[in-house]
Design a protein around this ligand. Structure first.
Ligand code: GAR
Length: 217
């Protein structure tokens, strides 16, 4: 089986990276991580990568005159690693149009809300302030606009009355760890086509019940 080579970009904790590392450890998973790049030298996620024997690189954004030259350096690392898909996993830099177009339809991101609701860095606070009963997470193909692009996988997660940002983030994070490997699998198995800026794929037939919160009884 030939496995899709992925490069993962991180900025911090790296729990989604860990979920991807765990998924890739299964012999039948159709992707492998060939490189992890961080824009922060002390990102905890770099340790997870090293522990798993994955090549790492740090490209500190401070050393570059503009966004595109920083992105070109990341691109160089990705190309020399042989990466075919780029996964943003808590990567807190907006990528330039140049980068997104160079890697057109080959960059994916995970965001902790049901996009297109609650874009940006404070998604959990926005969900709590809006009083929604369900929030969640989204894995999507990246476009130059922040948190935009064809949606691959979403999970809906209840918002509890007493939630603060941290408790909601923790509940959503658990769903993220299931959604990201699933999205990578769908792409690696060539089960997704982008048509008119929507991701089209076969989904299992059958009755899929609505998720109602709070439950009716
Ligand atoms: C995750 O919750 C991810 O969805 C979010 O940052 C966290 C990273 O956690 N990303 C964004 O908000 C991007 N807009 P991790 O480093 O443990 O994977």
């Amino acid at each position: 089986m030939s496995r899709l080579k992925i490069g993962v970009l991180i900025s911090g904790r790296g729990s989604n990276l860990q979920a991807l590392i765990a998924a890739c450890a299964a012999p039948d998973f159709p992707a492998e991580i060939v490189l992890v790049v961080s824009n922060k030298p002390d990102a905890q996620g770099l340790d997870h990568a090293r522990a798993a024997g994955i090549e790492t690189a740090t490209v500190a954004h401070g050393g570059f005159p503009d966004r595109e030259s920083f992105d070109r350096e990341i691109d160089k690392h990705l190309k020399s690693s042989g990466a075919e898909l780029v996964c943003l996993a808590g990567f807190m830099r907006l990528l330039s149009t140049w980068f997104v177009e160079t890697w057109h339809d080959r960059v994916v991101n995970i965001h902790p809300s049901l996009l297109p609701a609650f874009k940006g860095i404070d998604a959990h606070a926005q969900a709590i302030a809006a009083g929604v009963r369900l929030s969640g997470c989204t894995v999507h193909i990246v476009r130059p606009e922040m948190d935009a692009g064809p949606i691959l996988v979403q999970a809906a997660v209840p918002v509890m009355p007493n939630d603060d940002e941290d408790t909601l983030a923790a509940r959503i994070l658990e769903a993220e760890h299931a959604c990201y490997p699933l999205a990578v699998r769908l792409l690696a198995e060539n089960r997704v086509k982008i048509v008119d800026e929507r991701a089209v794929m076969m989904t299992p037939e059958g009755r899929h019940r609505p998720l109602i919160f709070p439950p009716t009884e």
